[in-house]
Write a new protein. Structure first.
Length: 270
Protein backbone atom coordinates (compact mmCIF):
# COMPACT_ATOMS: atom_id res chain seq x y z
CA UNK A 1 0.00 0.00 0.00
CA UNK A 2 1.32 3.44 -0.86
CA UNK A 3 2.13 5.51 2.22
CA UNK A 4 -0.10 8.59 2.50
CA UNK A 5 2.09 11.66 2.31
CA UNK A 6 2.52 13.61 5.53
CA UNK A 7 2.88 16.69 3.36
CA UNK A 8 -0.29 16.10 1.30
CA UNK A 9 -2.76 19.01 1.07
CA UNK A 10 -5.53 18.96 3.63
CA UNK A 11 -8.69 17.36 2.28
CA UNK A 12 -12.05 19.08 2.53
CA UNK A 13 -13.37 16.05 4.38
CA UNK A 14 -10.79 16.20 7.17
CA UNK A 15 -9.75 19.84 7.40
CA UNK A 16 -11.52 22.19 9.78
CA UNK A 17 -10.49 24.98 7.42
CA UNK A 18 -12.95 23.61 4.84
CA UNK A 19 -15.82 24.82 7.04
CA UNK A 20 -16.32 28.62 6.66
CA UNK A 21 -17.87 28.87 10.12
CA UNK A 22 -14.94 27.02 11.66
CA UNK A 23 -12.55 29.35 9.81
CA UNK A 24 -14.19 32.44 11.31
CA UNK A 25 -14.04 30.92 14.77
CA UNK A 26 -10.34 30.11 14.37
CA UNK A 27 -9.61 33.73 13.48
CA UNK A 28 -10.96 34.80 16.86
CA UNK A 29 -8.71 32.43 18.78
CA UNK A 30 -5.10 33.05 19.82
CA UNK A 31 -2.48 31.02 17.90
CA UNK A 32 -2.56 27.42 19.10
CA UNK A 33 1.22 27.21 19.36
CA UNK A 34 1.80 30.76 20.60
CA UNK A 35 5.05 31.39 18.64
CA UNK A 36 6.53 28.16 19.96
CA UNK A 37 9.71 27.06 18.14
CA UNK A 38 9.19 23.79 16.25
CA UNK A 39 12.04 21.86 14.64
CA UNK A 40 10.90 19.69 11.73
CA UNK A 41 13.06 16.93 10.24
CA UNK A 42 12.10 14.80 7.26
CA UNK A 43 14.82 12.21 6.71
CA UNK A 44 13.34 11.07 3.39
CA UNK A 45 13.98 14.57 2.01
CA UNK A 46 10.39 15.06 0.80
CA UNK A 47 8.69 18.42 0.62
CA UNK A 48 7.74 20.04 3.90
CA UNK A 49 5.61 22.86 2.55
CA UNK A 50 2.18 21.74 3.81
CA UNK A 51 3.36 20.83 7.30
CA UNK A 52 5.41 24.00 7.71
CA UNK A 53 2.44 26.08 6.54
CA UNK A 54 0.11 24.33 9.00
CA UNK A 55 2.50 24.92 11.89
CA UNK A 56 2.95 28.58 10.97
CA UNK A 57 -0.82 29.07 10.77
CA UNK A 58 -0.96 27.71 14.31
CA UNK A 59 1.55 30.36 15.40
CA UNK A 60 4.76 28.30 15.43
CA UNK A 61 8.22 29.49 14.46
CA UNK A 62 9.37 26.66 12.18
CA UNK A 63 12.93 25.52 11.56
CA UNK A 64 13.38 22.80 8.92
CA UNK A 65 16.38 20.46 8.94
CA UNK A 66 17.23 17.37 6.92
CA UNK A 67 19.26 15.28 9.36
CA UNK A 68 19.22 14.30 13.02
CA UNK A 69 22.48 16.08 13.81
CA UNK A 70 20.77 19.27 12.69
CA UNK A 71 17.82 18.53 14.98
CA UNK A 72 20.10 18.09 17.97
CA UNK A 73 22.05 21.24 17.23
CA UNK A 74 18.89 23.28 16.84
CA UNK A 75 17.37 21.80 19.99
CA UNK A 76 20.49 22.55 22.02
CA UNK A 77 20.49 26.13 20.75
CA UNK A 78 16.76 26.84 21.14
CA UNK A 79 16.45 25.08 24.48
CA UNK A 80 14.03 22.67 26.09
CA UNK A 81 10.89 24.54 24.98
CA UNK A 82 11.53 23.82 21.28
CA UNK A 83 9.25 21.04 20.04
CA UNK A 84 10.57 18.42 17.61
CA UNK A 85 8.77 16.58 14.79
CA UNK A 86 10.67 13.84 12.95
CA UNK A 87 9.36 11.96 9.91
CA UNK A 88 11.52 8.88 9.40
CA UNK A 89 11.32 5.11 8.95
CA UNK A 90 11.55 3.30 12.28
CA UNK A 91 14.59 1.36 11.07
CA UNK A 92 16.68 4.50 10.49
CA UNK A 93 19.95 3.63 12.30
CA UNK A 94 20.51 7.02 13.93
CA UNK A 95 16.87 7.48 14.97
CA UNK A 96 16.99 5.48 18.17
CA UNK A 97 19.95 7.33 19.69
CA UNK A 98 18.60 10.62 18.35
CA UNK A 99 15.26 10.18 20.13
CA UNK A 100 17.05 9.46 23.41
CA UNK A 101 19.20 12.57 23.05
CA UNK A 102 16.09 14.70 22.47
CA UNK A 103 14.12 13.36 25.43
CA UNK A 104 14.55 16.59 27.43
CA UNK A 105 12.61 18.62 24.84
CA UNK A 106 9.06 19.65 25.77
CA UNK A 107 7.61 17.61 22.90
CA UNK A 108 9.06 15.02 20.53
CA UNK A 109 6.69 13.63 17.88
CA UNK A 110 7.70 10.88 15.49
CA UNK A 111 5.97 10.04 12.22
CA UNK A 112 6.69 6.53 10.92
CA UNK A 113 4.22 4.62 8.77
CA UNK A 114 6.37 1.48 8.84
CA UNK A 115 6.82 1.21 12.63
CA UNK A 116 5.53 -1.99 14.19
CA UNK A 117 3.72 -2.01 17.52
CA UNK A 118 6.92 -3.12 19.24
CA UNK A 119 8.94 -0.36 17.58
CA UNK A 120 6.38 2.27 18.57
CA UNK A 121 6.51 1.11 22.19
CA UNK A 122 10.33 1.14 22.15
CA UNK A 123 10.44 4.64 20.64
CA UNK A 124 8.02 5.93 23.28
CA UNK A 125 10.24 4.43 25.97
CA UNK A 126 13.27 6.06 24.35
CA UNK A 127 11.75 9.53 24.72
CA UNK A 128 9.15 10.12 22.00
CA UNK A 129 5.89 11.63 23.27
CA UNK A 130 3.77 10.51 20.34
CA UNK A 131 4.31 8.09 17.42
CA UNK A 132 1.93 8.53 14.48
CA UNK A 133 1.69 6.48 11.30
CA UNK A 134 0.73 8.87 8.48
CA UNK A 135 -1.18 11.89 9.79
CA UNK A 136 -2.48 14.83 7.81
CA UNK A 137 -0.85 18.16 8.80
CA UNK A 138 -3.84 19.28 10.90
CA UNK A 139 -3.84 16.02 12.85
CA UNK A 140 -0.12 16.36 13.54
CA UNK A 141 -0.53 19.97 14.70
CA UNK A 142 -3.39 18.88 16.98
CA UNK A 143 -1.23 16.11 18.47
CA UNK A 144 1.58 18.60 19.11
CA UNK A 145 -0.79 21.07 20.76
CA UNK A 146 -2.14 18.28 22.99
CA UNK A 147 1.34 17.30 24.18
CA UNK A 148 2.37 20.90 24.80
CA UNK A 149 -0.86 21.60 26.69
CA UNK A 150 0.24 19.05 29.29
CA UNK A 151 3.68 20.65 29.45
CA UNK A 152 2.19 24.10 30.03
CA UNK A 153 -0.12 22.76 32.75
CA UNK A 154 2.93 21.35 34.51
CA UNK A 155 4.41 24.86 34.71
CA UNK A 156 7.12 24.73 32.04
CA UNK A 157 7.85 28.23 30.68
CA UNK A 158 8.90 29.27 27.21
CA UNK A 159 12.61 29.85 26.73
CA UNK A 160 13.68 33.48 26.20
CA UNK A 161 14.76 34.71 22.77
CA UNK A 162 17.68 36.69 24.24
CA UNK A 163 20.35 35.32 26.56
CA UNK A 164 22.80 37.33 28.64
CA UNK A 165 25.75 36.48 30.84
CA UNK A 166 28.05 39.23 32.07
CA UNK A 167 29.16 41.25 29.02
CA UNK A 168 27.87 38.63 26.54
CA UNK A 169 24.42 38.95 24.97
CA UNK A 170 22.92 36.58 22.39
CA UNK A 171 19.75 37.08 20.34
CA UNK A 172 18.61 33.70 19.02
CA UNK A 173 16.07 34.68 16.31
CA UNK A 174 18.50 37.02 14.53
CA UNK A 175 21.55 34.88 15.41
CA UNK A 176 23.49 37.92 16.56
CA UNK A 177 25.75 38.30 19.57
CA UNK A 178 27.63 41.11 21.28
CA UNK A 179 30.34 41.47 23.90
CA UNK A 180 30.36 44.63 26.01
CA UNK A 181 28.06 46.19 23.41
CA UNK A 182 30.31 45.38 20.45
CA UNK A 183 28.69 43.19 17.79
CA UNK A 184 30.63 39.96 17.28
CA UNK A 185 31.47 38.51 13.88
CA UNK A 186 30.90 34.78 14.33
CA UNK A 187 30.65 31.72 12.11
CA UNK A 188 27.51 29.60 12.44
CA UNK A 189 29.25 27.09 14.71
CA UNK A 190 30.88 29.80 16.80
CA UNK A 191 27.46 31.37 17.37
CA UNK A 192 25.94 28.02 18.35
CA UNK A 193 28.83 27.31 20.70
CA UNK A 194 28.66 30.73 22.36
CA UNK A 195 24.86 30.54 22.75
CA UNK A 196 25.19 27.10 24.33
CA UNK A 197 27.77 28.33 26.81
CA UNK A 198 25.64 31.35 27.74
CA UNK A 199 22.54 29.17 28.19
CA UNK A 200 24.53 26.88 30.49
CA UNK A 201 26.60 29.58 32.23
CA UNK A 202 28.31 28.30 35.36
CA UNK A 203 28.11 24.64 34.32
CA UNK A 204 31.26 22.62 33.64
CA UNK A 205 30.77 21.23 30.13
CA UNK A 206 32.86 18.37 28.79
CA UNK A 207 34.08 18.31 25.21
CA UNK A 208 32.00 15.16 24.69
CA UNK A 209 28.82 16.97 25.75
CA UNK A 210 29.65 19.99 23.58
CA UNK A 211 30.32 17.75 20.60
CA UNK A 212 26.99 15.94 21.09
CA UNK A 213 24.81 18.99 21.76
CA UNK A 214 26.39 21.65 19.53
CA UNK A 215 27.76 19.53 16.68
CA UNK A 216 25.26 16.67 17.02
CA UNK A 217 27.96 13.98 17.05
CA UNK A 218 28.22 11.19 19.62
CA UNK A 219 31.82 10.14 18.99
CA UNK A 220 35.09 11.47 17.58
CA UNK A 221 36.20 14.94 16.63
CA UNK A 222 36.94 16.26 20.13
CA UNK A 223 39.81 18.32 18.75
CA UNK A 224 37.36 20.40 16.70
CA UNK A 225 35.77 21.55 19.98
CA UNK A 226 39.15 22.76 21.20
CA UNK A 227 39.87 24.58 17.93
CA UNK A 228 36.50 26.37 17.84
CA UNK A 229 36.73 27.30 21.51
CA UNK A 230 40.18 28.81 20.94
CA UNK A 231 38.82 30.90 18.04
CA UNK A 232 35.84 31.98 20.11
CA UNK A 233 38.12 33.13 22.93
CA UNK A 234 40.01 35.31 20.47
CA UNK A 235 36.74 37.13 19.74
CA UNK A 236 35.38 37.65 23.26
CA UNK A 237 38.33 37.71 25.67
CA UNK A 238 40.44 40.78 26.49
CA UNK A 239 43.43 38.41 26.70
CA UNK A 240 42.72 35.01 25.06
CA UNK A 241 45.80 33.52 26.75
CA UNK A 242 44.26 34.33 30.16
CA UNK A 243 40.53 33.77 29.57
CA UNK A 244 38.07 35.24 32.07
CA UNK A 245 34.82 34.34 30.29
CA UNK A 246 35.36 30.92 28.74
CA UNK A 247 37.28 29.23 31.51
CA UNK A 248 39.05 25.87 31.46
CA UNK A 249 37.88 23.40 34.10
CA UNK A 250 40.82 21.06 34.41
CA UNK A 251 39.96 17.39 34.05
CA UNK A 252 36.40 18.22 32.91
CA UNK A 253 36.19 20.74 30.06
CA UNK A 254 35.08 24.36 29.97
CA UNK A 255 32.52 26.71 31.45
CA UNK A 256 31.16 30.19 30.88
CA UNK A 257 31.89 32.29 33.97
CA UNK A 258 28.58 33.08 35.72
CA UNK A 259 27.63 36.40 37.26
CA UNK A 260 27.18 39.97 36.08
CA UNK A 261 30.81 41.07 35.97
CA UNK A 262 31.87 43.90 33.69
CA UNK A 263 34.95 42.78 31.78
CA UNK A 264 36.87 45.02 29.45
CA UNK A 265 37.79 44.22 25.86
CA UNK A 266 40.28 45.97 23.69
CA UNK A 267 38.49 47.58 20.70
CA UNK A 268 39.15 45.62 17.54
CA UNK A 269 40.32 42.64 19.56
CA UNK A 270 39.00 40.12 17.06
Amino acid sequence: MTRPSLMAPWSDATSVMADPSARSIDLDRPPLLGERSVIVAELGRRGLGALSAALKRAGASVQVVSELTGVRRSAALLGQSAAVIIDAPANTPSLWEGISALSRQDAVLLVSATATSGERIALLRRGADYVLSAPEPDELVAALVAVLRRVELSGTTKAPESLCCGPISVHLPSRTAACSGDVLTLTALEFDLLAYFVRHAGEALSRERLLADVWGYDIGGLETVTVHLRRLRCKIEADPSRPELLQTVWGVGYRMAPGDRSLSRTPGGF
